[in-house]
Write a protein that binds this ligand. Structure first.
Ligand code: MLT
Length: 251
């Protein structure tokens, strides 16, 4: 089994990279965590949009708007005309149950729109770690020859940066899944993520809370989001990305 990691949504993708792959899409702060919270609290689905305009137009096109919520963040707060932001704490049962969330964020939803050729695209984070590992353990027995983690990275303005919290999460999945194989092949980027996890496995909350994006979120009053996002297995749900970037809970 081969293992590969992309450090951000903007990383190079070799041709046919996603053939026969399970792709784990990671945006710990906060899009993956928010998708898990919304589906765990009863949302019908989350539709990922790689631009705010696309999300707004999709929402405007819906006749029965009462079952849709336009949500997302730009520089951590909801863009104009959006109902919800990207804090997982906003997505409680009363707000999202039986609703479809139309979501656009800086980086995370761009990742969720990638790798369309892959047979399996799932959303991963710390809050649903065991659900991801259980799904991969079962699914990798079918015609799968590689596991790929895609980190969303963080951005401020036009700067796109590697996000420590995403690489830590990717490393956790790569380390745990590759341990099931006698002779796994890890690309250098997968090995770097795995080593980063191994050297910080007893320091997870600290690595997340000291990351650049966490400091940014804390400075804007979202400290509780960081605690939520670092809580392992808080939402035992497996979001799976379908063709039209519609994300539903795997049954
Ligand atoms: C992103 O998509 O870049 C993040 O989820 C941003 C955030 O929620 O702060």
């Amino acid at each position: 089994m081969k293992f590969h990691n992309l450090f951000s949504a903007y990383d190079f993708e070799e041709p046919r990279l996603y053939d026969n792959a399970i792709v784990i899409m990671i945006d710990v702060l906060r899009a993956s965590t928010t998708v898990c919270a919304s589906l765990f609290n009863g949302a019908e689905a989350v539709i990922a949009c790689d631009s705010y305009e696309k999300a707004m137009n999709l929402y405007k096109s819906k006749k029965n708007k009462r079952t849709f919520i336009l949500a997302g963040e730009e520089n951590t707060t909801p863009p104009a005309g959006f109902t919800l932001g990207n804090s997982p704490l906003e997505y409680n049962i009363d707000v999202v149950r039986k609703k479809t969330i139309i979501l656009a964020t800086s980086n995370g939803t761009k990742v969720f729109e990638k790798a369309k050729e892959a047979p399996y695209r799932i959303v991963g984070s710390f809050v649903n770690a065991n659900a991801v590992l259980d799904f991969v353990e079962i699914t990798m027995k079918s015609n799968i020859d590689r596991i790929i983690t895609i980190c969303s990275g963080s951005s401020s303005g036009t700067n796109k940066e590697i996000a420590a919290e995403d690489v830590l999460c990717a490393g956790m999945f790569l380390d745990e899944i590759s341990s099931h194989f006698p002779d796994p092949y890890l690309s250098d980027s997968a090995k770097i993520a795995q080593d980063f996890f191994i050297s910080n496995s007893d320091n997870i909350h600290n690595v997340i809370s000291q990351s650049k994006h966490a400091r940014d979120l804390r400075s804007k009053g979202f400290a509780k989001d960081i605690i939520f996002a670092s809580t392992a297995n808080k939402c035992s749900i497996l979001p799976i990305v379908q063709e039209n970037s519609k994300i539903i809970a795997h049954k």
